[in-house]
Design a protein around this ligand. Structure first.
Ligand code: G3H
Ligand code: 13P
Ligand code: ZN
Length: 303
């Protein structure tokens, strides 16, 4: 099954594919171990900065992972221009995201069309984005949240020929998502779905920022007070009652590994073998991804 086949299956069976970011061998191994144990397909996502960080090891790691567990799809997260998307296509990615969401509408359309033409000619799928998420990460910055306009979403999909659309309905990137009430605009999502029936929709900025991980990080020397994420029940509603077939998660993985590494090093001051603390972090990633698969993506036993 290719990625679009999985999106169709996800829509029919009310689950989503997780799109989990990885940036090193341990994070990818932790993700794959969870997928194997739960028989879950998975999108393994790489941001532009992660691609720079791992270089050619990106596809080498992904290929090794696919040999171990074939139900993985390598995806470029938040490609900001044609060149980075072309580079990912040429490197053998299964799917790319062209994120023109910060551009004026017509420029976003033109750029997304160009990426679709190239990627589709090489049988690579394309995700576009309309509307803007709040939050700050290395390459993804936006001060204000602009919800996706449903009418524009329909036109955007028809004119660009994208395979999936990332929507802005109140999620945001990073570990500080809410200062007030934790809600998502399901009304906007429903409107988009009525204009684009059965079209694969994507939720970015979907980490839950578990308080126990934050507390553990702070206990062992970190300082992440006021962090907050998307409650699991809102994600479940998005997956089970709506057409969200891809849920992007990066922050939660970072928190999981950081909490574990901090604790191991704090409790074992004489330890200096990276396999001990990174291996332990890898186990923590596996546990977190297993929980996501079973209780957020509901993608267990779907291969
Ligand atoms: O949504 C964005 C991802 O979390 C990528 O972040 O550029 O820091 O790797 P990064
Ligand atoms: P989080 O920061 O909520 O994990 O979102 C990740 C994301 O959207 C990657 O594209
Ligand atoms: Zn994102």
């Amino acid at each position: 099954m290719n990625l679009l086949d999985y999106y169709k299956k996800a829509m029919k069976n009310n689950f989503a594919l997780g799109a989990i970011n990885f940036c090193n061998m341990e994070s990818l191994q932790g993700i794959i171990e969870a997928c194997k144990e739960t028989s879950s397909p998975m999108i393994i996502a790489v941001s532009e900065s992660a691609l720079n960080y791992m270089g050619n090891f990106t596809t080498a790691l992904a290929s090794a992972g696919k040999k171990d567990f074939p139900h993985l799809f390598l995806h470029l997260d938040h490609g900001k221009n044609f060149d980075i998307c072309k580079k990912a296509v040429d490197m053998g990615f299964d799917s790319v995201m062209i994120d023109g969401s910060s551009l004026p509408y017509e420029e976003n359309i033109a750029l997304t069309q160009k990426v679709c033409e190239y990627a589709h000619s090489k049988n690579v799928f394309v995700e576009g984005e309309l509307g803007q998420l709040q939050g700050i990460e290395d390459n993804v910055q936006s001060d204000k949240s602009h919800y996706t306009c449903p009418m524009q979403a329909k036109e955007f999909v028809l004119r660009t020929n994208i395979d999936s659309l990332a929507v802005a309905i109140g999620t945001s990137h990073g570990a500080y998502k809410y200062s007030g009430e934790k809600t998502l605009r399901f009304d906007i999502l429903s409107e988009i779905e009525s204009l684009l029936p059965s079209f694969p929709l994507v939720l970015h900025g979907a980490s839950s920022v578990d308080t126990s991980l934050i507390e553990r990080i702070n206990k062992y020397g970190g300082d992440l007070s006021k962090a907050s994420g998307i409650p699991k029940n809102l994600l479940e509603k998005a997956v089970k009652e709506h057409n969200i077939v891809k849920i992007n998660t990066d922050t939660d993985i970072r928190l999981a590994v950081t909490s574990q590494v901090r604790q191991v090093l704090a409790e074992n001051p004489k330890e200096f073998d990276p396999r001990k603390y990174l291996g332990s972090g890898r186990e923590q990633i596996k546990n977190l991804v297993t929980d996501k698969i079973n209780n957020v993506f509901f993608s267990n036993n779907q291969i």
